[in-house]
Design a protein around this ligand. Structure first.
Ligand code: NAD
Length: 257
């Protein structure tokens, strides 16, 4: 599909976790394309190449989102490199599924630690700075699995529903501090996370009203919008970017028919 044109992010400094690849890398690209500056953080060293490809307005910092100490280092790094932090995209996540009776406690706790505790730590790491700085925008990446009950997502779905709820609480608490907090709920998007499930091309994804799998740039542009001043009165919102997947089943139903 054609390259999407994102919103204006001139001079905004944004941290994107899990930005080495996939949806995080796509969001990082749109931030830079929109005139912003980005610190990509990730466990994976390939984040350095992702940042290098974006040029002088991108940096990489190795980071495990489950570590409170490392969160402080990442925020300090962003401030040292670019002067402040205006935005945070809590994107890093893990997805491994199984039916309830096949999952283990260890697995459940691992998924919650990355997908939920990591987001909680991230918000706490930037709030004081954003308050001092006069505001900010936090975008937490939930999932379609945080809007509906999706089989095989007991632990993943729990983490994504929790991110959605926690974000609304943060939006309420932080509104008068001019810190906006919103969630993005991707449907099935082509990344390494979904390589086993997402098929390619038009018309072959019948569970979704639009009939196709999404592209990372289609999530990146939604994230960029929420980071931008174009969304200046948007907080506590949940933005499904899912081709209509969570809107309802694609089964045709004719009233009275
Ligand atoms: P991905 O696996 O391609 O990328 C996830 C990134 O997060 C990886 O680079 C990984 O190294 C990083 N990461 C994992 N654990 C980390 C940790 N502890 N600390 C720092 N980084 C860590 O996946 P993706 O598809 O790009 O997913 C990005 C986000 O979008 C995730 O939160 C995911 O749950 C969500 N999501 C994706 C889809 C989809 O269809 N791809 C759908 C709904 C939601």
């Amino acid at each position: 599909m054609a390259e999407l044109q994102g919103p204006n992010l001139t001079d905004k400094v944004v941290i994107v976790t899990g930005g080495a690849r996939g949806l995080g890398a796509a969001a990082a690209k749109q931030i830079v394309d929109g005139g912003g500056k980005v610190v990509i953080s990730d466990l994976l060293d390939e984040g350095a190449e992702t940042a290098a490809a974006l040029g002088e307005n991108a940096r990489f910092h190795k980071h495990d989102v489950t570590s409170e100490e490392q969160w402080k280092t990442v925020v300090d790094f962003a401030i040292a490199e670019f002067g402040r932090v205006d935005g945070l995209v809590n994107n890093a996540g893990v997805s491994t599924g199984g039916m309830f009776d096949a999952e283990t406690l260890e697995h459940f706790e691992f998924v919650l630690k990355v997908n939920l505790t990591g987001v909680w730590l991230g918000m706490r790491a930037v709030i004081a700075h954003m308050k001092e700085n006069g505001g900010g925008s936090i975008v937490n990446i939930s999932s379609a699995a945080g809007l509906m009950g999706l089989a095989m997502t007991g632990s993943y779905g729990a983490s994504k529903w929790a991110v959605r709820g926690m974000s609304k609480v943060a939006a309420v608490e932080l509104g008068t501090s001019r810190i906006r907090v919103n969630t993005v709920h991707p449907g099935m998007i082509h990344t390494q996370m979904t390589a086993a499930h997402a098929q390619s091309g038009e018309g072959n994804y019948p569970n979704t009203p639009m009939g196709r799998v999404g592209e990372p740039s289609e999530i990146g542009s939604a994230v960029a919008y929420l980071l931008s001043d174009a969304a200046s009165y948007v907080t506590g919102a949940e933005l499904a970017v899912d081709g209509g997947w969570t809107t309802g089943p694609t089964v045709k139903y004719v009233m009275g028919g």
